[in-house]
Design a protein. Structure first.
Length: 682
């Protein structure tokens, strides 16, 4: 054989093998002859493990019940009672008994049809009961002929309970005979035996005790949690009575959980929600509740909804299974409520509702929702989240018309609810705006509004800001002011009426943004009096009807957005003159027509021509005149804006009547006070 260098040697050049060399080995032969590496010898066919029966459940319980913690432990009880609830919902069971024993075991009994006990056609040496208890993916819920709707669809629930139980016993009363079989850790420990005849009993009784090898030594059911889970099932189906009993020694002396109780709630979720809210004050006096039957399509829905001044919550269920993480049925609920409120707002002409979202509707909404769906799809075996797309349509269609009718049947309460939701929307937009401002201040210092002529002193005490109408008046005020302590902020024309404008519209209003930025205190619940840059905030407008209107709009803004500014005595109205009266070397100023007549009668009796000039606005006054009459602290008159003690509710009603988005309220207000206006010669 001709020699050749190692092809992978240290830099050697390979030489071709001569033709007379011995025939080379086939690749397969070379591979077979090659010595095995250590990694290959440590992993062979003998390492391939096949888990049979329920052993996969015991090896990996987290795949089936989410873990081995307390929540997973109580999930075992949920799987068992869900089977009994399926019998009740299908119309075959009228009661369920739940008993928590002193030894830590729990027993669930129903009077349904009972688990079949005849030989299984595929496993002839086993009964159907044993197959169900010891085989994954077995049961009667794959075929909708047996259960139109059910909570267990994967066929693993009761077999998982068996796999993770130290002991489990099943009794079946069926065909006037009583059968019993025992199990432990996934295996049958006895044959199915016929105990005897029974004439007044039917259904299934399952008694089991969780395995400490899985859940840890000392792991046990909490009575209060089992009690709550049991009671919730009774609320979900008004046609079933659930009887609860617990060994007294398991209950704490001061526990609220009773040793015995009977649950039967014909009103279903409405009773459930009323019990959860207890004595909470509701935004509307009635709970919005209703239900549809299964004849309405591929599923049915039941709901109970209320709004209250607290944190909202939604508790949803599918085929009586609690869906803690929500899902498609909750999406249908949110869409139905949002659509209904927006439709009602459009019907009543409330334009402020344009900004509301589902988030605003649900912020303080307490809702219970239960759906029954054929062959539902869940995210994971623990069924915490529903993913059936059809559930969205079922709920939205079921709730749509009833919610519309509920709103229109009680317009006053519907308007109260709509206003409440709009306030939540405005609060959300305000928080978003503040976040944007805070984000800006993190990278640069905010500049004060460009038209603001600020005073030189930095302390708020003794300083004041004049809010004036227009650049012309602003120019005169800037010349007339004391630059040390007086600031001037001109606004262009009439500001936005915040009483009937949405938060989104307010956020886009530059004049209001400038005003809030100049004051620096924030709005509503974020108002900070210590951050107020001026001791006095003075509204200074023309002494005519237009000026009074602008002043009203500004007062409304402060009342709605910064009520604390009024309560703490910071808001004032300037009183500029409307007339200038002169005779010879004597000059006086009159606030209005009545004041003018009074001055003419008392101060200008001497002979000589009296000249009367009417100011068309502050912008026409000379800076000296404006300073002398309106801005000089020693000579001016200021009116402090306040709320009379005990008349807060009356003040709120008047603001809503005069400045709100209901013109009929303004018309009624004027009609009721027409005589008063006439007496004042208005």
């Amino acid at each position: 054989m001709a020699e050749t260098d190692d092809l992978f040697g240290s830099g050697a050049t390979a030489r071709a093998i001569k033709p007379e060399a011995a025939p080379r080995e086939a690749p397969a032969a070379r591979r077979a002859a090659a010595p095995a590496t250590p990694s290959e010898t440590s992993y062979s066919a003998a390492d391939i493990e096949v888990l049979e029966g329920l052993e996969p459940v015991r090896r990996r319980p987290g795949m089936y019940i989410g873990g081995t913690d307390e929540k997973a432990l109580h999930h075992l009880f949920a799987e068992v009672i869900d089977n009994s609830m399926d019998e009740a919902v299908a119309g075959h069971a009228t009661f369920i008994d739940v008993e928590l024993s002193a030894d830590g075991s729990v027993t669930v009994t129903d009077n349904g049809r009972g688990i079949p006990v005849d030989p299984h056609p595929k496993f002839k040496d086993k009964s159907a009961l044993e197959v169900i208890m010891t085989t994954l993916h077995s049961g009667g819920k794959f075929d909708s002929k047996v259960y139109e709707t059910s909570g267990g669809l994967h066929g693993v629930g009761i077999s998982v309970v068996n796999a993770l139980s130290e002991s489990l016993e099943v009794e079946v009363a069926r065909g006037k005979r009583l059968y019993r079989q025992t199990f432990s850790r996934g295996h049958a420990t006895s044959k199915l035996e016929m105990v005897g005849e029974v004439h007044n009993r039917r259904g299934t009784r399952t008694r089991f005790k969780p395995d400490e090898q899985i859940f840890g030594v000392g792991a046990h059911f909490r009575p209060e949690r089992i009690f709550a889970m049991t009671r919730s099932k009774a609320y979900l189906f008004g046609g079933v009575e659930i009887r609860w009993s617990c060994a007294p020694e398991l209950l704490k002396p001061d526990a609220a959980t009773p040793p015995t109780a009977v649950f039967h709630f014909p009103a279903g979720l409405k009773d459930f929600l009323a019990a959860e809210l207890d004595n909470e004050k509701l935004i509307t006096s009635q709970i919005f509740a209703g239900r549809t039957d299964k004849a309405s399509g591929h599923g049915a829905a039941e709901w109970a909804i209320a709004w209250y001044p607290g944190d909202g919550f939604v508790r949803s269920y599918c085929n009586t299974i609690p869906t803690a993480e929500g899902g498609t049925h909750e999406q249908g609920l949110r869409m139905a409520l949002l659509r209904g409120l927006k439709s009602y707002a459009e019907l009543t002409g409330n334009k402020r509702a344009a900004a509301i979202t589902a988030e605003d509707v649900m912020t303080s909404c307490a809702a219970m929702l239960s759906v029954f769906v054929r062959e539902p799809e869940f995210v994971g075996q623990t069924k915490d989240k529903l993913s059936t797309a059809e559930a969205t349509r079922i709920v939205e269609k079921a709730m749509g018309d009833p919610f519309d009718h509920w709103l229109t049947a009680a317009p006053q309460e519907a308007s109260r609810l709509l206003d409440w939701v709009i306030e939540r929307a405005e609060e959300r937009l305000r928080r978003r705006q503040e976040k944007e401002v805070n984000r800006k201040t993190a990278v640069r210092k905010l500049r004060l509004p460009g038209k603001l002529a600020d005073c030189s002193q930095t302390a708020a005490q003794g300083s004041e800001i004049f809010i004036v109408e227009g650049d012309s008046a602003g120019g005169s005020a800037k010349q007339a002011r004391n630059r040390t302590s007086q600031a001037v902020l001109p606004l262009r024309g009439k500001i936005l009426n915040v009483a009937n404008a949405g938060r989104e519209k307010m956020a886009q209003n530059q004049q209001l943004a400038d005003l809030m930025q100049a004051l620096g205190v924030g709005a509503r619940s974020h108002y900070r009096d210590d951050d107020l840059r001026y001791d006095k905030v003075i509204i200074m407008t023309d002494a005519d009807v237009d000026g009074a209107h602008i002043a009203s709009l500004l007062i409304t803004f402060f009342y709605r957005e910064m009520p604390a500014l009024i309560e703490k005595g910071h808001l004032y109205l300037a009183v500029p003159p409307l007339y200038r009266i002169s005779q010879g070397g004597k000059t006086l100023y009159a606030r209005d027509d009545r004041h003018k007549e009074e001055l003419l009668a008392t101060e200008f009796k001497a002979k000589g021509k009296v000249e009367i000039g009417r100011f068309k606005g502050l912008g026409e006054m000379l800076p000296g005149q404006l300073k002398e009459t309106t801005m000089e602290p020693s000579k001016r008159t200021l009116l402090r804006v306040g709320i009379v003690d005990g008349e807060i509710a009356l003040t709120q009603d008047v603001v809503e009547q005069l400045m709100g988005n209901k013109p009929e309220e303004r018309f009624r207000f004027i009609q009721e006070r027409a005589v008063f206006a006439k007496e004042l010669d208005i």
